[in-house]
Design a protein around this ligand. Structure first.
Ligand code: OSB
Ligand code: MG
Length: 372
């Protein structure tokens, strides 16, 4: 398959409700949509880098630059059979995993459409619906938080993740735990604590949480090891795991007992599956994280989460939890058993809503505009 053109579309999508984490508050979500054209087919991908470098040093701006100057010139006009060949082609480019993952996703979509197979089938997924939960942002007060959680439970979600930060941790989690004693509950600090500061989290160890996600800085694998030795609750790493090598070594030193897998963070679905396979071989549970994706990235997350080792519910909520209007014609809905169906059609199994695309488009460039 010869890649004829790649289009990069910068989108700014209004969130239905503001999303607050330890690193900031968002009212809109930016991302880059990748459209790869080959042999009369189109493949779609989503680069999940955000506008601001609060979660990752990779942003819409840095990934736009890397795509335009390095990734697109390296792959347009090239013959590809498997999406994995793309990873080798761009391996010399350091970092910028989210940009690579966006293009790789589009190549998987193309590959699936070409061969009439769903992404789930291509990746080796074993489920046609996956268990999901909601990631709930920091609210005004613990009382408001309990109300927000209750509204999600009323919608049918059976697992809740609470965002925490220093000063907004124990009281919030305790309030939710007291209101819902048997709820499957977990927390995410997005790197907000120091090892010393994380001592304040000790009371969480008695609240029967599924896991504590990324309490310390992303480079503090050894600090997470100390914390895991001190806590009964499993520590889960998100920001700290950028590759299979990180996953291997983190587990080897005991820095965590669970891993949150996001294809964007680790450079694509190929690496994400490799991390899954490694964890499965060690019986380490994994789950699929989210980045407030559009329908394109959500379809990819659902396919990934259908693999056998994804035994914990993912941060993959229904479309309406995020966006009033999405850029895909498909809207994902929650089943009564807190699952979402995995798309069955070839590739990602989604169609773009051109009207919505135009509405949320901030900027666009095509490989055709590049100077040869
Ligand atoms: O840390 O998991 C995270 C959203 C943006 C950036 C980082 C994270 C998140 C979420 C939301 O928790 C998950 C979702 O898409 O629902
Ligand atoms: Mg996280």
């Amino acid at each position: 398959m010869r890649i004829e053109e790649i289009e990069v579309v910068h989108l700014r999508m209004p969130l239905r409700t503001p999303f607050e984490t330890s690193f900031g508050r968002s009212v809109t979500r930016d991302c880059l949509l990748l459209i790869v054209r080959a042999e009369g087919l189109e493949g779609y991908g989503e680069c999940v880098a955000d506008w601001e470098p609060g979660y990752s040093p990779e942003t819409v701006g840095t990934e736009w630059h890397i795509l335009r100057e390095f990734i697109l010139p390296a792959v347009v006009g090239i013959e590809f059979e498997q999406p994995q060949e793309f990873c080798q082609k761009v391996a010399w480019i350091r970092g910028h995993r989210m940009a690579k993952a966006g293009v790789e996703m589009a190549l998987w979509d193309l590959y699936g459409k070409r061969h009439g197979q769903s992404l789930r089938a291509l990746l080796g997924g074993v489920r046609n619906r996956v268990e999901v939960g909601v990631s709930v942002g920091i609210q005004e007060t613990p009382q408001v938080l309990v109300k927000v959680v209750e509204s999600y439970l009323n919608q049918g979600y059976r697992r809740i993740k609470l965002k925490i930060k220093p000063g907004r941790d124990i009281d919030d989690v305790l309030a939710v735990r007291q209101a819902f004693p048997t709820l499957r509950l977990q927390v995410d600090a997005n790197s907000a604590y120091t090892l010393e500061g994380a001592q304040a989290l000790k009371p969480l160890d008695d609240l029967n949480l599924l896991l504590i996600e990324q309490p310390l800085g992303e480079e503090d694998w050894w600090g997470h090891r100390s914390l895991q030795l001190d806590f009964r609750t499993p520590i889960c790493l998100d920001e700290s795991i950028l590759s299979l090598q990180h996953a291997r070594q983190a587990l080897e030193i005991g820095a965590c007992r669970v891993i949150n897998i996001k294809a964007g963070r680790v450079g694509g679905l190929t690496e994400a599956v490799a991390i899954h396979n490694h964890c499965l071989s060690l019986a380490v549970p994994v789950w699929c994280g989210g980045m407030l994706e559009t329908g394109v990235g959500r379809a990819s997350n659902l396919a990934l989460a259908s693999l056998p080792g994804f035994t914990l519910p993912g941060d993959i909520s229904a479309t309406e939890r995020y966006y009033e209007e999405d850029i895909t014609e498909e809207r994902f809905t929650l089943n009564p058993d807190s699952t979402i169906d995995v798309p069955e059609r070839p590739g990602l199994g989604v169609k773009l809503d051109q009207k919505a695309l135009k509405k949320y488009q901030v900027n666009v460039f095509s490989s055709r505009d590049l100077v040869k």
